[in-house]
Design a protein around this ligand. Structure first.
Ligand SMILES: [Fe+2]
Length: 395
């Protein structure tokens, strides 16, 4: 009897190991896909896999043909510089598209079980997003907009359950969603970027609605802080950038850390003042650009509000970013950081354009026309708690 039990145990053990090996040999998409840096002619798709893999994207027009009707265009991660990168994070830019056009896309992957230098690579079976359960579509930026609707959230600090409530009804609702900094308290691990908010964003809206990311002071922190930009794509590749939607001009600014560079809590690792100075030079070029000069509406996002008498970070934003924008003419600056709603007085910000902070864990929906910028703020229960508008002075 004892022998039979021992034999059966061995059989179950072997089956268990085989089952586990089997499971590990299947590649899966663990988070995403979501879209970012959606221009008039291109978009970037990001997703992660459970194992090292090659990722790619297939695209099709948004027509009545089956996705499998013909060979579809295939796009790979160009970070491999001529070789398909093998990894768990996949960032694929599709280009050469038509403005204001909707495309279907499919995130695809093939796991890599073994690599033996130049001899062989052993792949798993291929895997892709389910065409029926998860049809992904994205619309390239149009050339003209009479009205633009976007949403902003900030200072989520990894409160994913609240974030999911705020964006439960967000699918196909906005032209873009801006994450205005401090989405987590510290990038302690790369995995947190997906698990703490991006995975939810992808499920709720971002497989179709582009994300614009603004780096907050907390995104400078943590061992994996620099990996954040493997999960975001920006025009120009910096953390500060501009985007135009027709006549509407948007600046996404990086205010750096909130404390002086020598502060002991900066761990002798921050050089954000130099970075913001470099950004200020870029900002001068933006201000001189015909797109900025001719824009009907100009809005800037910056995590920390300008306050010349405030913390180092607020004073830096005022000195290098807000002052030049005040001279050039800005319609509104949208900020976060202080964890409460606030519409500042000019004497606090040292500038004449309106500055509004959105509270943490509240959602600000914004509608822009050539005459007005309207802000509506919602709490996690979906109740509208604020409604205010700023007339656009420049015509
Ligand atoms: Fe902050």
């Amino acid at each position: 009897m004892k022998r039979i039990i021992t034999l059966l145990s061995l059989v179950f053990l072997v089956l268990g190991i085989a089952g586990a090996r089997d499971k590990d040999s299947y590649v899966k998409i663990t988070a995403g896909p979501y879209v970012t840096n959606v221009t008039g002619t291109s978009f970037t798709v990001i997703f992660t896999t459970n194992m090292d893999a090659v990722g790619w994207v297939e695209i099709a027009p948004d027509d009545d043909t089956h996705f499998y009707n013909v060979e579809r265009e295939t796009w790979y991660d160009k970070r491999g510089l001529g070789r398909k990168p093998i990894g768990k994070t996949h960032k694929i830019t599709v280009s050469g598209l038509e403005p204001g056009t909707t495309y279907r896309y499919r995130a695809m992957t093939k796991g890599v079980l073994e690599q033996e230098h130049r001899k062989s690579i052993v792949y798993t079976e291929g895997y892709g997003t389910d065409l029926k359960k998860h049809p992904c579509k994205v619309t390239t930026r149009k050339e003209n907009y009479d009205k633009l609707c976007f949403s902003m959230v900030n200072d989520v600090h990894s409160a994913d359950s609240v974030f999911r409530k705020l964006y439960a009804d967000a699918r196909n609702k906005y032209d873009f969603v801006c994450f205005n900094g401090d989405m987590l308290s510290s990038v302690d691990s790369e995995a947190m970027i997906m698990s703490d908010y991006m995975k939810s964003a992808a499920k709720l809206f971002a497989d179709r609605t582009p994300i614009h990311y603004v780096r907050g002071n907390h995104e400078y922190r943590g061992n994996d802080a620099l990996k954040l930009y493997d999960y975001i794509d920006t025009p120009g590749g910096k953390t500060y950038y501009s985007f135009t939607y027709g006549d509407f001009f948007f600046l996404f600014l990086d205010g750096g850390e909130d404390k002086c560079m020598s502060d002991v809590r900066n761990l002798d690792i921050m050089i954000t003042e130099d970075y913001v100075k470099e950004e200020a030079e870029w900002l001068q070029q933006q201000i001189q650009s015909p797109e900025f000069k001719n824009a009907a509406v100009r809005i800037a996002f910056c995590h920390m509000p300008p306050q010349p008498k405030g913390w180092y970070g607020n004073a830096t934003v005022h000195k290098y970013l807000a002052q030049p924008l005040d001279k050039a003419g800005l319609d509104l600056m949208l900020c976060g950081h202080i964890h409460k709603f606030k519409q500042f007085k000019d004497e606090d910000t040292g500038v004449s354009f309106p500055v509004v902070c959105n509270a943490n864990l509240e959602r600000m929906d914004v509608t822009v026309t050539k005459n007005e910028i309207r802000l509506e703020v919602f709490n996690p229960d979906g109740s509208k708690i604020r409604n205010l508008a700023f007339p656009v002075k420049r015509q």
